[in-house]
Design a protein around this ligand. Structure first.
Ligand SMILES: Cc1cc2nc3c(=O)[nH]c(=O)nc-3n(C[C@H](O)[C@H](O)[C@H](O)COP(=O)(O)OP(=O)(O)OC[C@H]3O[C@@H](n4cnc5c(N)ncnc54)[C@H](O)[C@@H]3O)c2cc1C
Length: 449
């Protein structure tokens, strides 16, 4: 819809039609854990724009309308009206394919019947309704990525005994083990029953159709609710059938203007692959921040193409560095670039330092703990990645490191960047620069202070 609105702004006379098989037009998925936890009182607050609001901009949105086929040669889509069951065709000059990703639901006994993924606003409404109506005493969340962690916290906030299960030995695989261990401690202290290194085996319910027990390869857990947060696969099947090339993890290959290589088809969001600017590898990173930017770039390029000018759109999507942030039980957790493990797996000669300090000047009350891990490359001296965890100051500080990663800044240069300082926000040597100084020495960089 970001692409659609961009085209609308550029081309006031274009006819714009959007199809979505779901029940809602444009909403914040990112706010779903907050709705489940009660911080957001009504799901309607998560809706960014309704069908009526799009119509006011002359963008027609058809909900419960599934695109079932794309004929790229004839430039037509076939659409199934999910309410009436009828199918019809619509022609297009330009098609933006932004089908997102499909949640992973393992084919294990009882999982499909009793498990609910967290992917759409409809899932959120279903889970919320069970929480309100049945007031479950216990729940199991499977998947310890940031979504599973956020949902487990939300459940505990509502007074539900929540067990979080992941087959990996740590939570949030995108963090290094040492930072993830800190996060695991925070979750346990908050009351989440964390079960790591355990794989889901099946689910059992009772005769009245209620979920009762979740089985893993190491135990059994009582659960009146089962939430699935096992990740999502790029929804690229239709695009592939239309001739689009797939790459990393089944995501659609696009150029920097979000063109797929098939005439008339652009793609954006969770279903596409992006260039990782640190590893130089194609990746599929599913985040709203990228989806919105890519939608806009695609919209600009589509507008340029439709306006008949031979010129390509001016905007280009450069790639990603994997910056992500979340708030867990009053703690901020951020990561960017490559973790030490990822850097070494990518064959880079990487080193890291972990420093601990305070989120405010140490003499202030409640100065709060802050951890910074910085990863750099021997030889080039460039910043490869960072991870931060703090009672405050981690979430936005990670953006400093994100820019270092994106611009290929050297660790020793980073130590002297002009960053803001006042006691309520940190120490006179900001902790990211303390980390940069230590890492410079570790990497043997000549200008280490
Ligand atoms: C619980 C949760 C929390 C999140 N938190 C964050 C966060 O804090 N920060 C962040 O950056 N990102 C976050 N994300 C990720 C972010 O929401 C996604 O990256 C973003 O929504 C992707 O946008 P998209 O347009 O590519 O896909 P989607 O938003 O999934 O939209 C795709 C749409 O396509 C429709 N569709 C699919 N196939 C068809 C078809 N054949 N016909 C018609 N319609 C179809 C679907 O119904 C869907 O509405 C979160 C995601 C979840 C689930």
């Amino acid at each position: 819809m970001s692409g659609a609105m961009t085209v609308r702004r550029s081309l006031p006379d274009a006819e714009i039609l959007a199809f979505d098989r779901g029940h809602d037009a444009s909403y914040s998925m990112c706010g779903i854990p907050m709705y489940l936890g009660g911080e957001v009182g009504d799901w309607r607050e998560l809706v960014a724009r309704s069908v009526e609001e799009f119509a006011a901009h002359d963008v027609r949105v058809r909900l419960r309308s599934e695109v079932v086929d794309i004929d790229a040669a004839a430039r037509r889509v076939r659409v199934r009206d999910l309410q009436r069951g009828a199918e019809y065709e619509e022609p297009y000059d330009a098609l933006l394919y932004a089908a997102g990703a499909s949640p992973v639901v393992p084919d294990l006994p009882g999982v499909r019947r009793w498990g609910t993924p967290v992917r759409t606003l409809e899932h959120a409404r279903q889970l919320h309704a069970v929480l309100e109506r049945e007031q479950p005493g216990s729940a199991v969340v499977v998947g310890g990525g940031y979504i599973g962690v956020e949902v487990a916290e939300a459940l505990v906030r509502r007074g539900v005994r929540a067990t979080l299960i992941d087959r990996n030995p740590q939570v949030m695989d995108s963090l290094d083990e040492d930072v993830a261990a800190e996060l695991a401690g925070i979750l346990r202290d908050f009351g989440v029953d964390l079960r790591l290194g355990e794989s889901l085996v099946g689910v059992e319910g009772d005769e009245d159709g209620r979920c009762r027990q979740v089985r893993t390869d190491r135990g059994r857990y009582e659960a009146q609710l089962l939430v699935l947060a096992l990740g999502a696969r790029p929804a690229s099947r239709l695009a592939e059938a239309a001739g689009c090339r797939l790459g990393a993890r089944g995501a659609i290959v696009v150029d920097e203007r979000m063109r797929t290589g098939v005439d008339g088809i652009w793609a954006a969001g969770d279903c596409v692959e992006s260039l990782h600017l640190v590893s130089a590898q194609p990746v599929n990173v599913q985040l709203g921040t990228h989806a919105n930017k890519q939608g806009k770039v695609a919209g600009l390029d589509i507008s340029a193409a439709l306006s008949g000018s031979a010129a390509r759109g001016a905007a280009a999507f450069p790639g990603v560095v994997g910056t992500a942030v979340t708030k867990v039980c009053e703690w901020e957790v951020g990561r960017t670039g490559l973790s030490l493990r990822e850097a070494r797996e990518a064959g880079l000669d990487a080193e890291a330092v972990l420093v601990e300090g305070t989120a405010k000047a140490g003499y202030l009350p409640e100065a709060g703990r802050l951890l910074v891990k910085l990863v750099g490359e021997r030889g080039t001296g460039r910043v490869l990645g960072a991870q931060m965890l703090g009672s405050a100051g981690a979430a936005k500080r990670i953006d400093v490191a994100a820019v270092w990663c994106q611009l290929g800044v050297r660790v020793d240069d980073a130590q002297l960047h002009d960053l803001a300082y006042a006691p309520p926000f940190g120490s006179v040597w900001d902790l990211v620069q303390v980390a940069a100084r230590k890492l410079s020495a570790e990497l043997g960089l000549p200008s280490a202070l």
